[in-house]
Ligand binder design. Structure first.
Ligand code: RFL
Ligand code: PHB
Length: 393
């Protein structure tokens, strides 16, 4: 088999890249190691920057998002059980946010791919990349016990943090920047009405977050130890702990009910440079991970794909090399902006094991400063709303 671009990974990055390439008439094949059911069951991100909303619309997958997504003016932070500030992105960055689940985006992208007759080979094993530093790369994979080969012009590594693509780049040609945090997030999804606002909490019992998916689906998180055992967290205990991390008037407004999903995610910052090697281009979690505090992971996957689709189309359709050769540098500038912001917000809102009383006072001071300084608030809003996309200068 031969195609233009082999896309490894059928998460949001791979599916969106396939969709954008298809619209531009670039042939592509998508390989996914899991079943479609498994991919669609994963509960992950929920907050879209406005730039991401526009890329999804421009990719012809915006209609359900526009009907069912919840447009809101930002998010709130509460601390010390009494103070509250609003990250009003509409007011200070001139663009709102959109609550629309990653699960829905993935569904929309699969539906669009089916409608255009795009190839998704799922349940594949042993994906291997060959000749990526030559002009004739190819990808091998196993499906139902049979080995296959696809020749292509480019390989897009959209296979997430645990994928194979990044690791195919020789170690001497890449540099990894890693930061692990000494805690995770315990998250639940429940079919209950969410609070009207997305509210982050810095509390003495640890971080918490009330978020939303739709009018009858809520998402909540609490900071937890890395060795937390889900079996020890029945729903009642979760709700009780969540409420203890909010001021009473907010806790009282939280509508509880049985969880329909419960999981733990460790927090990590990770960036691998560069994001390309020969004919291989990485996008999304395959190249970088941010702690979810800034709601940036999915948004970065979308901006990488915006840059990469533009670059591949310019090369394959117009013979214009400039975007491809600047892809890694351009994408990494935005990635580092979000990586720094997510690291900073994580530090501002969580309890760390080594914190001394001085650190806690400094956290409180920074929150008070944000609440009282329009300059500081503008900076927070600009980053929460999402940095702009670049073009060639
Ligand atoms: P994904 O979603 O991990 O998809 C990668 C796909 O590749 C497949 N794969 C392979 N396929 C073929 N061959 C192989 N060898 C393969 N190895 C792996 C996998 O099965 C998978 O289907 O990466 P992608 O597409 O880059 O998308 C990234 C996002 O999923 C991620 O950044 C976000 O979910 C992060 N995130 C959030 N991002 C936001 O922008 N806003 C949020 O509000 C937000 N909240 C979150 C989050 C992530 C969380 N967790 C669970 C880590 C909240 C949480 C709790
Ligand atoms: C979510 O709704 O899952 C969510 C919202 C905001 C974040 C992280 C996750 O910062």
């Amino acid at each position: 088999m031969k195609t233009g671009v082999v896309i490894v990974g059928g998460g949001p990055a791979g599916l969106l890249l396939g969709q954008r390439l298809h619209i531009e008439g670039v042939e592509n094949v998508l390989l996914e190691s899991q079943s479609r059911e498994h991919v669609l069951k994963r509960v992950r991100a929920g907050v879209l920057e406005w730039g991401s909303v526009e890329v999804l619309r421009d990719s012809d997958v915006g209609s359900r998002m526009d009907n069912e997504g919840h447009v809101h003016d930002g998010a709130d932070i509460v601390w010390r059980g009494e103070y509250r500030l609003t990250i009003d992105t509409k007011k200070y960055a001139d663009r709102p946010m959109m609550a629309y689940g990653q699960t829905n985006i993935t569904e929309d992208l699969y539906a669009a791919r089916d409608a255009m007759g795009g190839v998704v080979v799922d349940d594949v094993d042993d994906v291997t990349l060959h000749g990526i530093d030559t002009s004739e790369p190819w990808v091998g994979y196993t499906k139902n016990g049979d080995r296959h080969r696809i020749d292509c012009e480019f390989v897009a590594g959209c296979d997430g943090f645990h994928g194979v693509c990044r690791r195919t780049i020789p170690q001497s040609k890449r540099q990894e920047f890693v930061k692990e945090y000494p805690f995770g997030w315990l998250g639940i999804l429940s079919e209950t009405p969410p609070l009207p606002d997305l509210i982050y909490a810095n509390s003495e019992r640890g971080f918490a977050l009330c978020s939303m998916r739709n009018p009858m689906l809520s998402r909540y998180y609490i900071q937890c130890d890395l060795d937390t055992n889900l079996d020890e967290w029945p729903d009642d205990r979760f709700w009780e702990e969540l409420k203890l991390r909010y001021p009473k008037y907010i806790a009282d407004a939280i509508v509880t009910g049985p969880s329909i999903e419960k999981s733990i995610a460790p927090l990590r910052s990770f960036v691998s440079e560069p994001m390309s090697y020969g004919r291989l281009f990485l996008a999304g979690d395959a190249a970088h991970i941010v702690p979810p505090t800034g709601a940036k992971g999915l948004n970065l996957a979308i901006s990488d794909v915006f840059y990469l689709s533009r670059a591949l189309v310019a090369h394959l359709k117009q013979g214009d090399e400039r975007y491809l050769s600047s892809y890694s540098d351009m994408a990494l500038r935005r990635v580092w902006g979000a990586a720094r912001f997510s690291w900073w917000l994580t530090g501002l809102l969580h309890r760390f094991p080594q914190q001394v009383p001085f650190d806690l006072r400094a956290q409180e001071q920074e929150l008070s400063y944000l609440a009282s300084s329009e300059v500081a608030m503008k900076s927070l809003c600009e980053q929460y709303a999402g940095l702009p996309f670049e073009d060639l200068t």
